[in-house]
Design a protein around this ligand. Structure first.
Ligand code: GRG
Length: 297
């Protein structure tokens, strides 16, 4: 096993365990939304966003334990977005992470509430006081503000809005890039920047982390489009071919598979260039950029 794979798996295990711990026991007998929230956490997510937060924090000299609540908050928001995205009024998908989507398992109303519950739990988790935490209150507030902005109507929700407004229309590459920079890129940006913020890094490092995020975010989405076009449902744990079935404009429909992969590669190289400021210790993030562009799930 290469070092990369080992570190990736260690981070994932830490994140999986911590997510569970941040979800306190339900405060009354009716546990269904609590269970739906726990369900939405589990089932083989790659945990890319929280992993980025932890690694950027470490690279900037911070303590991983201090970044953990923030990393998990980002994953909670990601999980909520997947639950809501799968609802019949959105993408109407029945399979997520190899399991029935949350609304298939718990019904639409509870899935909606579970998504809302995860969104609010994210802010509770970031703003709670943890024994021994060395995070400065101003850095915690800055991180929470960053996540609120990137997840909101000028970020991820904005991307989803562009997506819905584009349905049934022929959109060009610029609109497609805008949509994905918001829908996928905003949360990835938040993840990278927040890792730096928690470690108290300077603005130069935060800006480099943001540019790294923008490039891997777009490469990640291009790969997602390619996987939807030529991947396999079992491997991916979600329905493939859904973009074509829904007549969606994608990088593959505009550029074809080969050119899309070339673009993903260029963006990955650019992302890696942004790591120079972090020194030689940034090898893991270099390999992560490659992994994201070449992944098969
Ligand atoms: C709030 C309804 C609503 C939507 C927000 C982010 C988003 C917009 C919707 C989620 C669905 C989606 C396909 C987004 C594109 C980004 C993407 C490829 C998400 C999947 O992320 P991975 O591959 O998933 O990191 P895992 O399962 O590994 O966590």
């Amino acid at each position: 096993m290469s070092n990369f794979k080992q570190k990736f798996d260690e981070y994932r295990q830490l994140i999986d365990k911590s997510l569970r711990n941040y979800l306190d026991e339900p405060c009354f007998d009716e546990k269904i939304v609590y269970e739906a929230m726990a369900y939405a956490f589990t089932g083989g997510g790659k945990r890319i966003r929280p992993l980025l937060t932890l690694e950027f924090c470490r690279l900037c000299g911070g303590n991983i334990a201090d970044a953990l609540p923030f990393a998990c908050a980002i994953e909670m928001i990601h999980c909520y977005s997947l639950v809501h995205d799968d609802l019949p009024c959105m993408d109407d998908d029945v399979l997520r992470r190899g399991k029935p989507s949350c609304h298939i398992a718990y019904g639409e109303a509870y899935a909606l509430l579970a998504g809302d519950g995860l969104l609010t739990l994210a802010f509770e988790t970031m703003l709670k006081k943890y024994d021994g935490s060395a995070v400065l209150p101003q850095n915690a507030a800055r991180a929470a503000l960053e996540l609120a902005k990137q997840a909101g109507h000028c970020g991820m929700i904005g991307g989803q809005t562009v997506d819905i407004a584009s349905e049934g229309k022929d959109i060009g590459l610029d609109t497609l890039k805008l949509m994905h920079s918001l829908k996928t890129g905003a949360l990835i940006s938040a993840a990278c920047k927040i890792g730096c913020i928690i470690a108290g890094a300077d603005d130069k490092k935060i800006s480099s982390a943001e540019r790294y995020a923008k490039n891997i975010g777009l490469a990640f989405q291009i790969t997602d489009d390619v996987l939807d076009a030529i991947g396999n449902t079992e491997q991916l744990g979600k329905t493939v071919g859904s973009d074509e079935n829904k007549n969606k404009t994608t990088f593959v429909s505009l550029l074809g598979v080969e050119k899309s992969l070339e673009q993903a590669d260029k963006l990955t190289q650019k992302a890696k260039g942004e790591l120079e400021i972090f020194g030689e210790d940034s090898e893991f993030l270099c390999e992560l950029a490659d992994y994201l562009a070449k992944r098969d799930k």
